[in-house]
Design a protein around this ligand. Sequence first.
Ligand SMILES: [Zn+2]
Length: 128
Amino acid sequence: MNHHYCPLCFAEIPVAVELCPACGRNIEAWERQTPYYDRLIWALKNPHSEVRMGAILSLANQKHPEAAGPLAECALDYPVDVVQGMAVLNAIDHLPAGTEKRQALEKLCKHPAHAVRVSAQERFDRIS
Ligand SMILES: [Zn+2]
């Protein structure tokens, strides 16, 4: 089953509504006025894991170096979600090398999930 969520307040909403019934804001206008990259970064805070996962995959394709920090925060916000943590690491692999990437991997070396921590450390060692 497909769920639709307000991109602003993250409430579940009916398909194709212009105003969110939960927060009352104009979803269509927000989507039109907010750059795609900014919407993806905001979506990393969505409580629904499938929305976050979509944003993680899209950010990998966008290849903005500054996405590394928010991606790492997203992984750390959900310490038990190993699948998402590994997806974040794969997304960071796609980003250009630089300070943002190194700092994000350094943060993820302290991730509570063992698998994420070990993979982050491997990547960090490779680029250091
Ligand atoms: Zn809303």
